[in-house]
Design a protein. Structure first.
Length: 190
């Protein structure tokens, strides 16, 4: 799901056919990678897993009994080849869910490093929200301009000092007004 298309970015930059689609697509993908983790979604992170036969248990460090339900399909990423992919939940505990895996040997509980992500159905499609699409385009333009002219920020009137690197912590701050209704409060910790 690209929030900004190559054609949109090409038009916004006014570069015509000067650059290959693949180069512009990298910028669009980078903008998505920067923006999407901050948008409200139905993703949680698992801290450990174990396996008994083909029954895999995924552990969380918080109560998931009211988040997941038996029969729900989730997409698991970062959990190893036996767990990754779309799985149907077969059991829900206070801090765990069970799924059928392709793993056949028993393994004791051990941690995910880094944590695995468990994605359930979401009711917000960022590609259909104009404010999120505009924010993605603005971030794409900033990334492109930073690639073409690093340190191309403004200069203060009194000190002639260049502004901070435009890919710094203010990258999202410049579009936060557009994104405010859609930001995941879990992404704003720290």
């Amino acid at each position: 799901m690209a929030l900004t298309t190559v054609a949109e970015l090409r038009t916004a930059l006014g570069v015509g056919t000067l650059y290959a689609d693949a180069v512009l697509q990298q910028v669009c993908d980078a903008a998505d990678n920067v923006l999407l983790p901050f948008i409200w979604n139905n993703t949680n992170f698992a801290v450990a897993h174990s396996n008994v036969g083909t029954v895999g248990t995924i552990y969380f460090d918080f109560n998931v009994r009211e988040i997941y339900y038996v029969g729900q399909t989730v997409n698991i990423e970062g959990a190893g080849s036996h767990f990754n992919g779309n799985k149907t939940i077969t059991g829900v505990g206070n801090q765990s869910i069970t799924v059928t895996t392709s793993h056949v040997s028993d393994t004791p509980k051990h941690p995910f490093n880094p944590y695995a992500s468990i994605k359930a159905s979401t009711y917000l499609d960022p590609a259909t929200v104009p404010a999120i699409q505009e924010a993605a385009l603005m971030i794409s333009i900033d990334i492109w301009q930073s690639r073409q002219a690093p340190s191309s920020g403004g200069v203060t009137i009194d000190g002639y000092q260049p502004s901070p690197y435009r890919m710094g912590n203010t990258l999202l701050a410049r579009v936060r007004g557009l994104l405010a209704p859609y930001l995941d409060p879990r992404s704003m910790v720290g």
